[in-house]
Write a protein that binds this ligand. Structure first.
Ligand SMILES: [Zn+2]
Length: 443
């Protein structure tokens, strides 16, 4: 894979991917009859979801009612100065770090995480007691309160609608970093730009290195007008490393390092994708309800869909994830996929695999090497500006089952009974539905 191919695979050359979903709404405001998609405009209804204030209320309510939960504010968002919360529960030896909604238009993980925290803080069920005895769970729900509450007059009626967006709300200033990084996007309506924060992490720990001020000019390269930090590290070149410019990312980094996790989980939404080889002419193809993604190192490089012996290893896998950690990650992801498939409901029998490629500015790739944490990423299908509440119930259920199965397996150690090779038997997700309302989305 050459550099351009790698960046394309990252979604890096999809200029403005963060915002074109909204731009496209204006280009394609008309519902296409017969298409599998609800109209963009009629689908937008976020009123069932928690606002930032409701999220704070909900967490504080749980905290008041329970002596098990430790709730604290670990930072605030760049634009709204909204609190970033961290909740910790459990007294076990296995540390789990879970973040949700780093992309503001991906809210389902937050909704489910709050319900899960309430359950763990207040229930006395056997399942809950076992999880609390074995695990210490640290949750950062809604990493991106700016994007979560983004309002925009999408239909030109003079009123702003609550639509959410991927990025936070933050300007780049010339003294923030040597160059404005590629993952800083301008919103098409001219409102405040922001960062795709799952590109803003950096592998070097904050105590040793500040990427805002300490980069070498030789580490920068320009592709199609965009600036990339290609940071050398232990003999590797980590293309498109992040700069930790967002205060939210600095807060999550501190939270992660303090929690010292054995398992790191991050929840996202993706667009609509098909299950490969479904349908087969006997009716419409199935859409996948969720994709899972394990994170692995050189031990499994030959099973990577991007494997090529001529390509530097750090462009295919994460060389800082050792074999044992890779195996735990693959087992955990396979377990969740199996658990959902076994629910006997055809909707959940459409789990697919999201092809892993290291993303050097992402939460998982930049942080898990510090604590040898097994990484897990969920991608439930559809963005909020895509499906709205039409499929919200399904997304919530898939996410809930995913979270609960993961924690239960970690608490009861059934993970050892799962074969890592099961992971590679999960089909990679099929082709993207050509939704006229949406541009390509990446984790
Ligand atoms: Zn995402």
């Amino acid at each position: 894979m050459d550099r351009r191919t790698y960046l394309t695979a990252l979604g890096a050359t999809i200029t403005g991917a963060a915002t074109t979903g909204i731009a496209a709404a204006k280009d394609h405001p008309v519902y296409r009859p017969g298409g599998p998609w609800p109209g963009q405009l009629q689908a937008i209804n976020l009123n069932g979801l928690l606002t930032n204030e409701q999220l704070a209320d909900r967490l504080q309510q749980i905290d008041r009612r329970s002596d098990r939960l430790d709730l604290r504010q670990i930072g605030q968002s760049a634009g709204r100065n909204a609190p970033i919360w961290e909740a910790t529960v459990g007294t076990g030896d296995t540390n789990v770090h879970l973040i949700t909604q780093i992309h503001g238009d991906e809210p389902v993980g937050t909704e489910v995480a709050v319900d899960l925290l309430r359950e763990l803080a207040l229930s006395d069920s056997r399942q809950v007691r076992s999880i609390l005895d074995e695990l210490t769970l640290t949750v950062v729900p809604r990493v991106n309160p700016d994007g979560a509450m983004f309002h925009y007059d999408i239909d030109d009626d003079g009123r702003s609608e609550w639509v959410g967006r991927r990025t936070n709300t933050q300007r780049w200033n010339a003294d923030d970093s040597r160059y404005e990084p590629w993952y800083h996007y301008t919103h098409p309506d001219g409102t405040t730009p922001g960062y795709d924060m799952n590109r803003d992490f950096n592998l070097r720990p904050p105590s040793e290195f500040d990427p805002r001020t300490d980069t070498d000019p030789g580490w920068w390269s320009q592709v199609d007008g965009d600036w990339y930090l290609d940071m050398p590290y232990e003999g590797y070149t980590l293309l498109a490393s992040g700069l930790r410019l967002a205060p939210e990312v600095r807060a999550v980094t501190r939270s992660y390092l303090d929690a010292d996790p054995d398992i790191a989980i991050t929840h996202h939404h993706q667009g609509a994708y098909l299950v490969p080889d479904s349908g087969n002419g006997n009716g419409p193809a199935d859409q996948t309800v969720m994709s899972v993604m394990g994170q692995y190192g050189p031990a499994y490089i030959e099973q990577s869909p991007f494997y090529d012996p001529d390509v530097p290893v750090e462009q295919v896998v994460n060389p800082f994830v050792d074999a044992a950690t890779s195996t735990r990650s693959l087992r955990l992801n396979a377990l969740v996929a199996n658990a959902l498939a076994e629910r006997g409901n055809s909707v959940f029998d459409t789990i697919t695999r999201y092809s892993y490629l290291p993303l050097w500015g992402s939460y998982l790739d930049a942080l898990t090497p510090h604590t040898d944490a097994a990484g897990m990423l969920y991608e439930v299908s559809y963005q909020t500006d895509d499906r709205g509440q039409m499929s919200l119930g399904r997304m919530v259920e898939a996410t809930r089952v995913g979270f609960v199965e993961s924690l239960e397996a970690l608490a009861t150690e059934t993970l050892d009974q799962v074969s890592a090779s099961d992971y590679f038997d999960i089909p990679t997700h099929g082709k993207s539905l050509d939704n006229p309302h949406l541009s390509m989305r990446r984790r």
